[in-house]
Design a protein around this ligand. Structure first.
Ligand code: ATP
Ligand code: MG
Length: 451
């Protein structure tokens, strides 16, 4: 094809299917991406060959458990989805079709969700426009940057409620507008989203949080009424006022959306959820101090609320734990410069501090924009690294351990912790020249009683 670069393995798959007498075309996301001038991230193929016929043509391929009629060809290293043209049978539960039937190419196109996802491409054609099969007006919609369902939106969203979240995700990621009828239909059908399995909802939300325009995704979720259904605690942030001197950007919801935009890309799930929920405790703690809104204890209440929400959304335990720690401590950055050296260093040396710092950065950039404490934390980390070169044990490692205390003859018990913390405090303040000096400190400060 002269005007776009096609994936050679995908071409090989199409040719092999065609040489065996079947129809075969590129389909879905990759065609959309090519039309938009983007690099496809994966290449899917649709064909008239049945799974058994596909199996005979490829040395290595297996069926994809959940999706009937879809084979994964793995003989080129990266997997390729090769799916038999099909229609989804009737949907009675709003989630999954009861049966799947093999069908024509046209029928396969019409079962797809949005016009921009309903394009197919003949890769043997001379050019993109010559090879494009567009039965649903997908190209025009892409050009106008419009997301629209194929067919009647009420029918399509009632068949599969998850499509409502997919609509928001694609519109946000691609910077498209949701066509009016489609959008109104989502607003009407939003309550049905709760019939979908939580794991699938969470997967969509995760993709939005990590995706290209998370703020736009959450704004669309709110305006489509989906947010009030899936995360009412986040919807409750809308129009909750904040003091203008610290938050010139606006209400708690606006601040949260901006924070998502400032969270570093490529971060872990825990950072994005913490960003979304760091101020979730603000709406219920709002109190007026004269003209000024205050939110005392919003971080602590936020942790409780975030815990409930993230468990409800079935996020992994580790993600929940890290996100809660980020939320619990996000206000502490305000007091960094007042902290004693040992306390400051304990804070900076805690696990996942890079994420704490990333949340703080996003929190500042999405409000007053002052990065004094952020810069201070980074400088202090650099200072610790320089100090580590000169000390016998790096600051993160305790110079005196429980084993040392046992060897010295101390009896394990509550006093152990007290001794270890006292020794670590002195270590962090820079007080020990050597391990011996640390042991001497322990012996003098906590004399062994003759018991
Ligand atoms: P991405 O780049 O995010 O992978 P994609 O368009 O490839 O985008 P997938 O979720 O991988 O999206 O789905 C592949 C194709 O299958 C879609 O383009 C669409 O045609 C169809 N599809 C996927 N999910 C649905 C659904 N719930 N209802 C109807 N069609 C769907
Ligand atoms: Mg895909």
């Amino acid at each position: 094809m002269k005007d776009v670069r096609l994936d050679s393995n995908a071409l090989e798959i199409v040719h092999r299917l065609r040489d065996a007498g079947f129809e075969a075309l590129l389909v879905g996301g990759c065609v959309r991406d090519l039309v938009m001038g983007n690099d496809p991230k994966d290449w899917d193929i649709a064909t008239s060959a049945t799974p058994d016929q596909i199996k005979r043509l490829f040395r290595r391929c297996r069926s994809v458990g959940a999706h009937f009629g879809v084979m994964m060809v793995t003989e080129f290293g990266t997997p390729y989805e090769v799916a038999t043209f099909r229609t989804d049978g009737c949907y009675s539960d709003g989630r999954r079709p009861e049966s799947v039937e093999f069908a024509t190419m046209e029928e396969d196109i019409r079962r797809r969700d949005f016009t921009l996802n309903g394009l197919m491409l003949d890769p043997a054609a001379d050019s993109l426009s010559a090879g494009l099969i567009d039965l649903v007006g997908g190209k025009a919609d892409i050009e106008r940057k419009v997301l629209r369902t194929i067919g009647n939106p009420d029918d399509r969203f009632r068949e599969d409620h998850l499509r409502m979240l997919r609509a928001v995700r694609f519109a946000a990621r691609l910077g498209f507008r949701v066509e009016c009828e489609t959008f109104e239909s989502i607003r009407r059908n939003a309550p049905a989203i709760k019939e979908i399995a939580t794991e699938r909802i969470t997967m969509e939300l995760d993709l939005m949080l990590r995706g290209e325009n998370p703020a736009r995704a959450f704004l669309l979720l709110s305006e489509s009424k989906l947010l009030a259904e899936v995360l009412p605690e986040v919807e409750a942030m809308r129009e909750v006022p904040q003091p203008v001197q610290f938050h010139p950007e606006g209400d708690v919801f606006v601040h949260t959306l901006l924070a998502l935009e400032y969270a570093q890309p490529g971060g872990p799930e825990s950072l994005y959820w913490a960003c979304l929920l760091h101020d979730v405790g603000k709406p219920p703690t709002l109190e007026w101090d004269g003209e000024r809104p205050r939110f005392s204890g919003h971080d602590a209440l936020g942790v409780t609320m975030a815990d409930e929400l993230m468990h409800r959304m079935k996020l992994p335990g580790k993600t929940i734990e890290v996100a809660k720690s980020l939320i619990a401590q996000h206000q502490k950055f305000m007091y960094l410069k007042e902290m004693r050296k040992a306390k400051l260093r304990r804070f900076l040396l805690q696990d996942h501090f890079d994420l704490h710092l990333a949340l703080h950065y996003a929190d500042c950039q999405s409000s007053h924009g002052k990065l004094g404490n952020y810069v201070f934390a980074k400088e202090q980390l650099e200072q610790i690294a320089r100090d580590d070169e000169k000390t016998v044990v790096p600051a993160k490692t305790r110079i005196v351990t429980g084993d040392d205390l046992v060897a010295l003859g101390y009896r394990p018990g509550p006093v152990f912790k007290e001794i270890l913390e006292a020794a670590y405090d002195v270590q962090l303040e820079g007080g020990f020249e050597s391990k011996e000096a640390a042991i001497l400190f322990v012996k003098e400060k906590f004399p062994l009683t003759a018991s």
